[in-house]
Design a protein around this ligand. Structure first.
Ligand SMILES: Cc1ncc(COP(=O)(O)O)c(C=O)c1O
Length: 418
């Protein structure tokens, strides 16, 4: 017989792909693994694990160097992955560059674009809700170039003000506006197309950190209108060791290389070198070949699910998560109150408990959640908290995972006698 609770939870579930993820059949201390830390990294479906294994078992060779059949298979696997990865987010393969992760993609822009385009008296504008990966490279650049780094403020709802963006742009000194698509702490989804249009109208360049967006919702980078859009493979069901930077052709062509060495050169003489064409100009050394193959399989898997369905599933699940978190006395969620306006995560505090204790209590219930500053220390300061606990969902999560978290938190409160 169905209970009211199970009626409520089955109404939420739409994807039912848990069995595709081998790690989720694990038990830890006798309890089934409940993974609610996809914001940190995603688990991998068998399709991705198998694609990497098949590539390494059957096709492994270096790329862009060999004439023999195996090398050509490897080339084809690497470049086909680039084509599918670019198409997945509506961009061109030629201007889709593989990096190590999104952090490296942002550093690439900071070094190769920033060092020539930002100088004394200029400003870089970012936001108070950024991951350190989208703050520190700009701090270093601005210090080095005598430029100013300014921040768009986060309001009480965890959102930005477009009026403040307009006011900043009207000052006339902003060269670059860089912001996250989805906040990894607040969950806020920023109005990217609206923001990039304003940035462009002001004659500035835009960079979007899509690390928490691409894995969870349909993203069409061409429609979003950013000059640069960066994301990271391991959060998108792919392996670690691969990130992606999409850039506008005219900007990438004018940029000097970031890292130098093999694969990014056209020719080298004793006293100089010339650069390879795009995208190879920005891919120095042996690239992440097996990783690209794995990420290619990941975007195939997500495409087969359909990103509209992925978003619908995660939005419902996030709504369920927010509802159930409200049952825990003393718990406060940061960021927009409705699931509609946020990605698939909720960061929270519980009165009288440290965030690390919350994560440890969840762990005792077999539930993996993250605690700490989430690489967003300035935002923690803005929110007036030292740390938060964060539960974040992926395609494979089900309402029972949320139930396990709530059970663990309620049991934990009893232990703490709150
Ligand atoms: C919004 C955001 N930006 C950047 C990063 C950094 O990702 P990576 O370590 O893969 O470069 C993360 C990861 O936590 C993130 O959530």
């Amino acid at each position: 017989m169905k209970t009211a609770e199970s009626e409520r939870t089955t109404a939420v579930s739409t994807l039912d792909v848990r069995d595709d993820f081998p790690i989720l059949s694990r038990h830890i201390d006798g309890r089934p693994l409940v993974y609610l830390d996809s914001g940190a990294t995603s688990q991998k479906p068998a399709a991705v694990i198998d694609a990497i294994s098949d590539y390494l078992s059957e096709h492994n060779a270096n790329v862009h160097r060999g004439v023999y059949a195996l090398a050509q298979e490897s080339d084809a696997a690497y470049e086909s992955a680039r084509e599918r990865i670019a198409a997945f987010v509506g961009w061109e393969p030629r201007t889709t560059i593989f990096t190590k992760n999104v952090t490296e993609a942002i550093n690439l822009v900071a070094y190769a674009w920033g060092r020539t385009n930002v100088g004394p008296g200029d400003a870089v504008l970012t936001t108070q809700m950024e991951h350190h990966a989208n703050i520190v490279p700009w701090q270093v650049l601005c210090r080095e170039r005598g430029a100013e780094l300014r921040y768009l403020e986060v309001d009480e709802r965890g959102e930005l003000s477009l009026d403040q963006l307009d006011r900043e742009l009207a000052r006339g000194d902003v060269k670059l506006v860089t912001f996250t698509h989805v906040s990894n702490v607040l969950g806020t989804i920023l109005p990217v197309a609206e923001m990039t249009a304003r940035v462009r109208a002001a004659g500035a360049t835009s960079l979007v950190d899509g690390a928490q967006a691409v894995p969870h919702m349909p993203v069409n980078t061409a429609a979003l209108g950013a000059d640069f859009y960066a994301w990271t493979g391991h959060k998108a069901l792919g392996p670690t060791g691969i990130g992606v930077l999409h850039g506008r052709t005219e900007i990438l062509e004018q940029m000097e290389p970031f890292l130098t060495g093999g694969d990014m050169i056209a020719s080298v003489d004793f006293d100089g070198a010339t650069w390879n064409e795009l995208p190879f100009k920005f891919e120095a050394g042996t690239p992440p070949i097996a990783e690209a193959v794995g990420l290619g399989a990941a975007v195939d898997y997500l495409s087969a699910l359909g990103m509209e369905r992925v978003r619908a599933h995660e939005r419902k699940l996030t709504g369920y998560l927010l509802d159930r978190l409200r049952e825990v006395p003393g718990l406060r969620v940061v960021g927009p109150p409705e699931a509609e306006n946020r990605g698939g995560l909720a960061s929270f505090t519980i009165e009288g408990m440290h965030a690390h204790d919350i994560a440890e209590l969840a762990n005792r219930g077999g539930v993996c959640i993250r605690a700490g500053h989430h690489c967003a220390q300035p935002l923690m300061r803005r929110l007036g908290v030292a740390a938060t606990a964060r539960a974040s969902v992926g395609v494979y999560n089900e309402p029972v995972d949320v139930d396990a978290l709530i059970d663990a938190l309620l049991a934990g409160r009893r232990v703490f006698e709150l």
